[in-house]
Write a protein that binds this ligand. Structure first.
Ligand code: APR
Length: 248
């Protein structure tokens, strides 16, 4: 059944001028990007996140980790943003202050046209040096015959994906901006995230504690659902176009 926005949400939307949006894997899943857990199929079925997405895993078996990310990269090349991504672009144009903090690493928000984006968990298309963290040129990567390519920046370095692994810190400046936005916003949207993986998961709770209205969009209830003022049990591509259409 098509969803309808609650009346109070229309009012809140039109009284707001400062908005924070947090997105997670569910946002990209609707474009066809498997969530982290769903990506562990086929060859990767028997591996846990700790076997693939930690600095220790990369140290133990850099080729296996690199190959897993290569497969994820090639899946991401095949997908495009959905109606929910485009609705967020309209929302960014509408509100005076707007920040989109994403846990997704696939650039689908930027591909849709979002500009005010902070990538809390990095970007999978970027390669960085395992020793220095410096970005490595695409050309260097594509012309290398090693798997993973050696880093041009350090004699012991290897190229690794520019994503934040379990046990690693988030980009400090991005986290600071997102936390400040959580404190200052009038409305915080939490979309397609289980609100389990810290520290990003705390952002909607910081917004709640700071007096903001929190709107969750997720077909499945989460730890946030009972606390958010509005919990829309719908997918991102269903709910976000309705929200963009309600802006006056
Ligand atoms: N629209 C909205 N929500 C959806 C949709 C959809 N179309 N499809 C799935 N969801 C919801 C699921 O119900 C789930 O609550 O998206 C959520 C995805 O949760 P997780 O897989 O835990 O993803 P996320 O919260 O982004 O996890 C954070 O952990 O997996 C690692 O590094 C990865 O960035 C990720 C981080």
């Amino acid at each position: 059944m098509p969803i309808k926005l609650p009346e109070g949400l229309n009012t809140a939307l039109n009284n707001a001028d400062n908005v924070l949006v947090l997105t997670g894997a569910g946002m990209s899943a609707e474009s066809g990007v498997p969530t982290f857990r769903d990506a562990q199929t086929g060859l990767w079925e028997k591996l846990r996140p700790e076997d693939l997405a930690t600095p220790e895993a990369f140290q133990r078996n850099p080729k296996m980790v690199w190959d897993w990310y290569e497969e994820r990269r090639s899946n991401i090349h095949k997908v495009v943003p959905h109606a929910g991504h485009f609705a967020l672009v309209e929302m960014e144009r509408h509100f005076e202050h707007f920040l989109l903090a994403t846990q997704n690493v696939d650039s689908l928000h930027q591909q849709a046209g979002s500009k005010q984006v902070v990538e809390l968990h990095g970007n999978i298309m970027l390669s960085i040096c395992s020793e220095t963290g410096k970005p490595i040129d695409d050309e260097w990567i594509t012309t290398s015959t090693d798997t993973p390519p050696k880093s041009p920046h350090h004699p012991l370095g290897l190229a690794r994906p520019g994503v934040v692994w379990f046990g690693e810190g988030l980009p400090a400046d991005f986290l600071r901006r997102a936390t400040a936005a959580a404190r200052d916003c009038d409305i915080c949207f939490s979309i397609g995230t289980s609100t389990l993986v810290q520290p990003a998961a705390s952002l909607p709770f910081v917004a709640l504690d700071s007096g903001a209205i929190v709107v969750e969009i997720n077909p499945v209830p989460t730890a946030l659902s009972t606390q958010a003022q509005f919990s829309l049990q719908a997918t991102a591509a269903e709910a976000l176009p309705l929200i963009a259409a309600a802006l006056t």
